[in-house]
Design a binder for this molecule. Structure first.
Ligand SMILES: C[S@@+](CC[C@H](N)C(=O)[O-])C[C@H]1O[C@@H](n2cnc3c(N)ncnc32)[C@H](O)[C@@H]1O
Length: 305
C-alpha cells in the first residue's frame, strides 16, 4: 500500500486502522483501569500543569480512543463532565463499554480534531494523549483547540513522539527483533502468525501509515504559540523506560500472546514502572526535552482573546 498522499487519505487510514484495532486496543497497550493507570494519567497531568490538579468542570478529549485519560480523570474527580471525541467510531464504542463497566457518565461524539462540532468557549480543559502525531493539519487543529476553550482554559497533550526519541527507539526495536528467536526459545513461546496483530494482515499494513509526525519540541511549542496560546511549555518524559518498553514490546509481538509467560509480563510491567521513576527523578530535569521519547505540551488560552 502506498503512503496516503492527502489529508483526507490520512484521516481515512486512521479511521479504518483504529476501527479495526479497537477491540484489542486496551489489551495490546496494557491499559490499566485501576490505581496504576490512574496514577499514570494524573502524573502526566501534574507534570504538565505543575503540581496539584484543580477540578475541571467541562473537559474535551480529542482522539480519546478507548477512554484511558478521560475515564481516569472522571474517576479521580479531576474532570466533572467529560466529552470524548475520536475520528474512529469503533474506538468510541469500546470507550462507551468501558465507561458503562466503570459506572461513569461520559458524552461521546465522532469528530475530526480539526473540525470540532462544539460552540466557542465550551470547555475548561482540552486534552489528548498520543493523538497529535496522527493529525494532517496541525495548524487547523490548534486553532480549533483555542476556539472551543474558554478564555483562561488550558490544553494538555501527552505522549507525543519526539523526532530524536523516535529514532533512538528504533535501536532497541531492531535489536529485539534480531534476538526474538532466542528469546522465544528461552520462554518456550511459538512464533506469532504473520500479521496477527490489530485485526490481521490488512490492518498491519495500515498501521505503517497512521503516524504522520514526530516532533521537535520547539516546533510543537511554536504551533501552540502561533495559534494564540500563552504559557506554552513542552517537556520531555521517559527515556530508559521507553527503551525498555519498546524492547519488550518488540519481543512480545513476535510470539503467540497466550504463550508469553505471566512472569515475563510482570517483569516487563514492573521494570517499566521502575525505570519511569528513574527517568522522572534523575533525567527529566537534566536532559533536553528533545532526547526523550514522549513530549508533553501545556498551554493556556489568554484571558482576553
Ligand atoms: C494512539 S491512539 C490514542 C488513543 C487514546 N488517546 C489513548 O491514549 O489510549 C490515537 C487515537 O487518535 C484517533 N485519531 C486519529 N486521527 C484523528 C483525527 N483526525 N481526529 C480525531 N481523532 C483521531 C484515533 O482514532 C485513535 O483513537
Amino acid at each position: 500500500m502506498a503512503a496516503p498522499s492527502s489529508p483526507d487519505a490520512i484521516r481515512d487510514v486512521n479511521t479504518r486502522y483504529h476501527d479495526c484495532a479497537a477491540a484489542d486496543y486496551d489489551a495490546k497497550w496494557g491499559i490499566d483501569w485501576g490505581e496504576v493507570g490512574r496514577e499514570q494519567v494524573l502524573g502526566k497531568l501534574r507534570k504538565a500543569l505543575g503540581g496539584a490538579l484543580p477540578v475541571f468542570d467541562r473537559t474535551l478529549e480529542v482522539g480519546s480512543g478507548t477512554g484511558y485519560f478521560s475515564l481516569h480523570l472522571l474517576m479521580a474527580g479531576v474532570a466533572a463532565r467529560a466529552t470524548c471525541t475520536d475520528i474512529s467510531p469503533g474506538m468510541l464504542e469500546v470507550l462507551e463499554g468501558n465507561a458503562e463497566r466503570l459506572g461513569l457518565e461520559v458524552t461521546t461524539q465522532v469528530a475530526d480534531a480539526e473540525a470540532l462540532p462544539f460552540e466557542d468557549a465550551s470547555f475548561d480543559l482540552v486534552l489528548g494523549h498520543a493523538v497529535l502525531h496522527h493529525l494532517p493539519d496541525l495548524e487547523q487543529a490548534f486553532s480549533e483547540f483555542l476556539r472551543v476553550l474558554r478564555p483562561g482554559g488550558v490544553i494538555v497533550f501527552a505522549g507525543e513522539p519526539s523526532r530524536v526519541g523516535d529514532r533512538i527507539a528504533d535501536v532497541p526495536k531492531r535489536a529485539a527483533t534480531a534476538v526474538a528467536p532466542l528469546w522465544r526459545a528461552a520462554l518456550r513461546a511459538s512464533p506469532a502468525p504473520e500479521g496477527h496483530a490489530d485485526g490481521g494482515e490488512e490492518n498491519h499494513e495500515l498501521e505503517r501509515h497512521v503516524d504522520v509526525h514526530a516532533f521537535v519540541p520547539a516546533d510543537l511549542a511554536g504551533l501552540a504559540r502561533d495559534a494564540g496560546f500563552e504559557d506554552v511549555q513542552v517537556r520531555g518524559e521517559e527515556l530508559l523506560a521507553n527503551w525498555f518498553g519498546w524492547t519488550n514490546r518488540a519481543l512480545e509481538t513476535t510470539a503467540v500472546p497466550d504463550e508469553v509467560p505471566m512472569a515475563w509480563k510482570q517483569y516487563a510491567f514492573h521494570g517499566y514502572l521502575a525505570l519511569q521513576k528513574v527517568d522522572a527523578g534523575l533525567l527529566e530535569g537534566r536532559l533536553p526535552a528533545a532526547l526523550f521519547y514522549n513530549l508533553l505540551l501545556s498551554a493556556r488560552r489568554p484571558e482576553a482573546g
